[in-house]
Design a protein around this ligand. Structure first.
Ligand code: AMP
Ligand code: ZN
Length: 116
């Protein structure tokens, strides 16, 4: 998609700190990290969000999750991590190209959400 910032990273038109890449997915460091390890994993193909996936997207979604531990360990989060996929307005998704945040580091990442 031509005006999508993450598609531009896939195309090499915008630089990113890439940490993993294969034919289907790309992982790069978040520009504004929330934890010592903060990697975004995206499908190379433009998918807007989890709200727009179709059945054909199932393999690439599985690959994003299946690669998460390998990426987290390689980046310095050997004892676990958290995966977050913000979706749509309520999920407060800012970039409309599906991405999984992998957050971690040497210490626990903190509470998941504020309680209601
Ligand atoms: P979300 O709110 O889930 O859509 O998160 C978007 C994330 O993308 C934020 O954590 C931003 O810091 C990150 N981000 C935005 N632009 C870039 C970029 N050019 N390179 C790396 N991370 C980015
Ligand atoms: Zn895109």
């Amino acid at each position: 998609m031509s005006d999508c910032i993450f598609c531009k990273i896939v195309e090499g038109k915008i630089p990113a700190g890439k940490v993993y890449e294969d034919e289907d997915i790309l992982a790069f460091n978040d520009i504004n990290p929330a934890r010592p390890v903060h990697v975004l994993v995206i499908p190379k193909k433009h998918i807007t969000s989890l709200a727009t996936v179709v059945a054909a997207d199932t393999p690439v979604l599985g690959k994003i999750l299946a690669k998460a531990n390998e990426i987290a360990v390689a980046q310095g989060s050997p004892d676990g991590f958290r995966v977050i996929i913000n979706t749509g307005r309520v999920g407060q998704q800012e970039v409309p190209h599906l991405h999984a945040h992998i957050v971690g580091g040497p210490e626990p990442v903190g509470p998941m959400l504020k309680r209601i």
